[in-house]
Design a protein around this ligand. Structure first.
Ligand SMILES: [Zn+2]
Length: 386
């Protein structure tokens, strides 16, 4: 049923070309398991990427929504990192200042644990409602109501001034259906903020670890623009942010917007980048498998810092047996196991006094922050971005 739909580009409706078969991956990289055995038995699905020559969009044509269940055990919060927190605070301040979001009402689709709404409420005295199936039912945030459910196309909500939808569209089998329903029912003058991971980064040299099962789509500047405009929005601003890793648009509902995309060379270049991705991914995995085994042979050990989706993706590719130590600042992950290899997550302090000579990080944006913390723990270890 879904397979047919995925053979057409979700952004522009064009045809697709297969580009990378990355094999099996756990369907929820953000899920945590109490035991190693249960983590190793986690449900997996196929990652088969295809690219659209019309707009550069990439999607997993093997995606099966029936495998993915989001619930309260899913935790992809990045707010424990000061680097991310700073980015999120600057975004909130900018939206409040540029668009006068003060004393207004905000709806967020995919609000996670409510951090973004809490910040909008604190910064601009706004009220907010967030929809997310992963909300902890007992969460209390001043001015904010969190609804533990999906927001579905056509769902009715009270009048809002800002609708934010961050890192959701890439998870949907039909992102255009949600966007079209929002533009159709948009309150007069409402601002829309959509943010997704940037495919330019994901498929570039620094972004090898972002292809995860829950992502049906990988939006590029051109494919996001195409989809948002086709769905009945006028784009006010389009930007790449967070070290080039995110792509966002600010938009208002509008009729009859002609696509402003006119740079087909950019699409051709992006398609080439995507096509070279599979080869770079395989050679990088082989390189780190060798390095880890060489260090082990010398009695040294390797740790991965960061048990977010990139970290899970990396350890599963390089260390499928689940032997590498992995640490994370999020205390909710402490002592839990990661799907796939069953790696056990510890707090960074657990590395103190161990023979770790190499700390690997999967996201260059956190390099300075992590290098400081490694030094603070008294570890004599090199910090390297994989
Ligand atoms: Zn397309």
């Amino acid at each position: 049923m879904t397979q047919m739909a995925l053979e057409e580009c979700l952004a522009c409706g064009g045809g697709l070309e297969a580009v990378a078969d990355l094999g099996e991956a756990p369907v929820l990289t953000g899920a945590l398991f109490p035991t190693r055995d249960s983590a190793r038995a986690a449900v997996c699905g196929q990652l088969e990427l295809a690219v659209c020559h019309g707009c550069g969009h990439v999607q997993n044509v093997a995606f099966d929504a029936g495998l993915v269940q989001y619930d309260v055990s899913y935790d992809n919060s990045l707010h424990f990192s000061s680097t991310f927190q700073q980015y999120a605070d600057e975004l909130v301040t900018r939206l409040v200042d540029e668009y006068g979001i003060r004393g207004k009402h905000v709806v967020e689709i995919g609000s996670g644990k409510g951090d973004f709404l809490a910040s909008l409420s604190a910064t601009g005295a706004n009220t907010g409602v967030g929809y997310d199936p992963t909300v902890q039912p007992d969460t209390t945030i001043a001015g904010v109501t969190l609804v533990q459910d999906y927001f579905r196309p056509g769902d009715q909500v009270e009048r809002y001034d800002l609708l934010a939808c961050r890192h959701v569209l890439e998870h949907l089998e039909d992102p255009g259906a949600l966007l079209a329903s929002l533009s159709k029912a948009a309150p007069e003058g409402a601002l829309f903020y959509f943010e997704v991971p940037s495919a330019e980064f994901n498929f570039g040299p620094d972004g090898l670890w972002d292809c995860i099962y829950p992502h049906v789509s990988y939006f590029s500047t051109d494919s996001l623009t195409t989809l948002v405009e086709r769905s009945g929005f006028e784009i006010l601003s389009l930007r790449r942010s967070f070290h080039g890793q995110f792509l966002s648009v600010e938009a208002r509902a509008a009729d009859g917007i002609a696509s402003r995309r006119d740079n087909d060379d950019a699409v051709v270049q992006h398609v080439e980048l995507v096509k070279s991705f599979a080869e770079r991914w395989l050679s990088t995995v082989a390189h780190w498998r060798d390095e880890v085994s060489t260090l082990r042979g010398k009695g040294e050990s390797v740790a991965v810092w960061g048990a977010g989706s990139k970290g899970v993706n990396f350890v599963n590719a390089v260390d499928p047996d689940g032997r590498i130590a992995i640490v994370d600042l999020n205390p909710r992950k402490d002592g839990q196991h990661l799907p796939g290899g069953g790696h056990r997550v510890g707090m960074p302090e657990s590395l103190a006094g161990t023979p770790v000579s190499l700390v690997l990080i999967t996201n260059p944006a956190y390099y300075a922050e992590i290098a400081d913390q490694v030094a603070g723990l008294g570890l004599d270890a090199k910090v390297v971005t994989v």
